[in-house]
Design a binder for this molecule. Structure first.
Ligand SMILES: *Cc1c(COP(=O)(O)O)cnc(C)c1O
Length: 218
């Protein structure tokens, strides 16, 4: 079980190296440890190694873990697609919503959140028919519509490029997200997972979401 803290240590080292490669400061990049499908014990090990931000993408699972681990001051990020009928389960625990793509869900979040939290908009960056997220063309209207929900403050964009084990294939999508963020005046960019976070950092990621490279297979 020492493996988790060792992996975490290595990931931080790789984040540092990727930042140095392009002249960025390592404190510009936040690490979300994606703990979906992992045990509370594994989360505790990462916590003991200093990790505080954890990402989940199933509402019931987040609810269960947040209750089970309430003795720890974990910052829970909901990183997946969120359905309106699941908001109630996570509203008391969630510190950030990382993949907002529905105004109905946003409205319910606004109603049920105990306080204002940051939100990122999920952009369907590869324009894939089978994936959720909103299109780049729709973002300006979506962003404007969100402003009435004061319990959500939109801080940035998130994307999940079409999967390819070769991380260079993700680069153009990351670059596109960065351009869109700059254009919209949104500074946070949540992009990069276990297989492509270094390229994401080179392209300007401020949040990387890493699961299997820290915890092993799910
Ligand atoms: C599972 C998941 C991740 C982490 O993926 P790994 O390949 O395990 O690093 C990141 N982002 C989202 C939205 C996920 O669902």
């Amino acid at each position: 079980m020492r493996q988790v803290s060792e992996n975490l240590h290595q990931i931080k080292h790789r984040i540092l190296a990727a930042c140095q490669k392009v002249g960025r400061k390592p404190d510009e990049v936040k690490l979300v440890a994606v703990s979906k499908g992992q045990s509370p014990e594994a989360i505790r090990e990462a916590y003991d190694a200093g990790q505080r931000i954890f990402g989940e993408n199933y509402a019931q699972e987040l609810q269960k873990k947040a209750e089970e681990l309430k003795d720890l001051d974990i910052e829970w990020h909901f990183i997946g697609h969120l359905q309106r009928n699941k908001v109630k389960a996570i509203a008391p625990f969630v510190a950030s919503v990382g993949a907002l793509d529905s105004l109905k869900t946003a409205e319910t979040l606004h109603q049920l959140l105990p306080k204002s939290i940051p939100a990122l908009i999920h952009i369907n960056i590869g324009a894939e028919a089978t994936k959720s997220g909103i299109s780049a063309a729709e973002v300006p209207d979506f962003l404007r519509a969100l402003t009435i929900f004061s319990n959500l403050h939109t801080v940035g964009l998130m994307c999940l490029p079409p999967y390819d084990p070769d991380q260079e294939k993700s680069r153009p999508f990351f670059a596109r997200l960065r351009k869109l963020g700059t254009h919209l005046g949104l500074s946070e960019l949540s992009m990069g997972m276990s297989h492509d976070f270094e390229v994401a950092i080179e392209e300007g990621a401020t949040i990387v979401r890493i699961g299997t490279a820290i915890f092993g297979d799910r």
